[in-house]
Ligand binder design. Structure first.
Ligand SMILES: Cc1cc2nc3c(=O)[nH]c(=O)nc-3n(C[C@H](O)[C@H](O)[C@H](O)COP(=O)(O)OP(=O)(O)OC[C@H]3O[C@@H](n4cnc5c(N)ncnc54)[C@H](O)[C@@H]3O)c2cc1C
Length: 395
């Protein structure tokens, strides 16, 4: 595609936020070039939500986002809401459904979301250039000069939309953070988030035995609790509740898991001790938990007895191991499997109404590269759409 040498806007990163920003700026009549080093456009969208893209959440609210400044996301989320994105999806006749907890997924494929965004871009004369590497950026008078393999291009506005560090194998780089540093912007320490937790040998053995088993659980760390599925895997614990808490968990500390959130187990066991004293404890537990899990807990507690033979104290210990299971993760699976990156460009550096840098007119940061991280459930895409739209309105 023939490129001119100056654009109103150059966007680096053709992912969720970059494409939304490009389409929005293009619709305002701006000349826009969006570039990406990957071969394929919107790879993270393609693999998201198990291939069906959990593209937003109908309950999007600021409380579902982590950031050093918890108020920062409010303006963008208000300016471009989940309803606005849903309207766009409907305009493109993409069928979707709510899976659970307000999470909206495509009926068919995440590719539909990519096609929709690319169409919005091309309809608005956005130039898209894939497999394009940037070797340097500098400020030239009031313009930004971007050196690429295809030559040097200038723009009045430059938008950095290169995402976070998760899943390097599909193109994640630290490019956005490096540019932030180049322009003397603060960065909030990054860490993998929405990521499975790993455990030391003994617990890992139990997880392996139970691999594939999933239960409804409440997982708590500090003041934050999530009630969603918990999955035992051969590497540790995963499932939505664990991914959610991983965004809050601090290395070296414990999390608490309630494997039976609707039952006060100690009371239930005391009642059973009276009403069915001859029952094996494992049989009693199997009324509440999957067989394999009940067996594993009994083995771990070293109890095989009939319920009547267990002292109340022992019942309390057993109930605590289920209602208040406290464990210390040894770490996380890291960026290799994390869905998002916590931290990023410090929001103090940006105007929340526009996403423009306070120190550098015409320089914008949007999407995951910014220190705003959503809960699991479509919130991260909504942040990408909202921040991308807001920047697109102001470039
Ligand atoms: C497996 C997985 C599943 C997910 N599922 C969901 C989900 O269902 N719902 C949800 O809300 N969120 C989900 N997420 C999170 C969501 O994908 C991201 O938060 C979102 O894509 C961030 O958008 P972004 O535009 O900021 O970054 P990205 O979408 O990651 O886009 C960044 C782009 O920048 C490009 N880039 C990077 N470095 C350079 C460079 N040096 N030069 C040029 N280009 C560069 C990349 O190739 C990429 O195309 C998922 C993430 C993963 C990993």
């Amino acid at each position: 595609m023939e490129k001119k040498s100056h654009y109103d806007v150059i966007i680096i990163g053709a992912g969720a936020a970059g494409l939304m920003c490009a389409a929005t700026a293009g619709a305002r009549g701006k000349s826009v070039l969006i570039i990406d080093h990957s071969k394929k456009i919107g790879e993270k969208i393609r693999i998201s939500g198990g291939g069906r893209a959990n593209f937003t959440n109908i309950h999007t609210r600021p409380e579902a986002f982590l950031s050093k400044n918890k108020h920062f996301c409010k303006s963008a989320l208000n300016q471009y809401t989940q309803d606005d994105f849903i309207a766009l999806v409907k305009k493109h006749k993409i069928d979707f459904h709510e899976k659970t907890l307000g999470q909206l997924f495509c009926d068919k494929s995440a590719q539909q979301i990519i096609d929709m965004l690319v169409k919005e871009c091309t309809d608005n004369n956005v130039q898209i250039s894939m497999e394009t590497e940037v070797s340097g950026i500098h400020q030239k008078d009031k313009e930004y000069a971007v050196k690429m393999n295809a030559g040097e291009f200038t723009s009045s506005s430059l938008v950095i939309a290169t995402g976070g560090l998760s899943i390097p194998k599909i193109g994640a780089t630290k490019f956005g953070y490096d540019i932030a540093k180049q322009f003397n912007l603060g960065i909030v320490t990054t860490a993998p988030a929405l990521v499975p937790l790993t455990f030391q040998a003994a617990l890992l053995e139990r997880c392996k035995e139970l691999s594939g088993l999933s239960v409804d659980a409440v997982v708590t760390y500090g003041k934050n609790s999530f009630r969603e599925g918990l999955l035992f895997t051969h590497r540790g614990l995963s499932g939505p509740s664990i991914l959610q808490i991983s965004s809050y968990w601090q290395e070296g500390s414990e999390i608490e898991i309630n494997l039976l959130p609707d039952v006060h187990l100690y009371d239930a066991l005391k009642e059973k001790k009276n009403s069915a004293p001859k029952k094996d404890i494992k049989t009693v537990l199997s009324n509440y938990l999957p067989d394999r899990l009940a067996q594993s807990i009994c083995d771990d507690q070293n109890i095989k007895d009939k319920i009547a033979e267990l002292a109340d104290k022992k019942l309390q210990v057993l109930a605590n191991a289920i209602n208040h299971w406290r464990i210390k993760p040894s770490g996380t699976e890291g960026y290799r499997t994390a869905e998002v990156t916590l931290g990023g460009v410090d929001t103090n550096e940006l105007n929340s109404k526009t996403m423009e840098c306070r120190k550098h007119e015409g320089l914008f940061f949007i999407g995951e590269v910014v220190d705003v991280t959503g809960h699991l459930g479509g919130y991260n895409f909504q942040w990408a759409w909202s921040s991308g739209y807001v920047a697109g309105q102001n470039v």
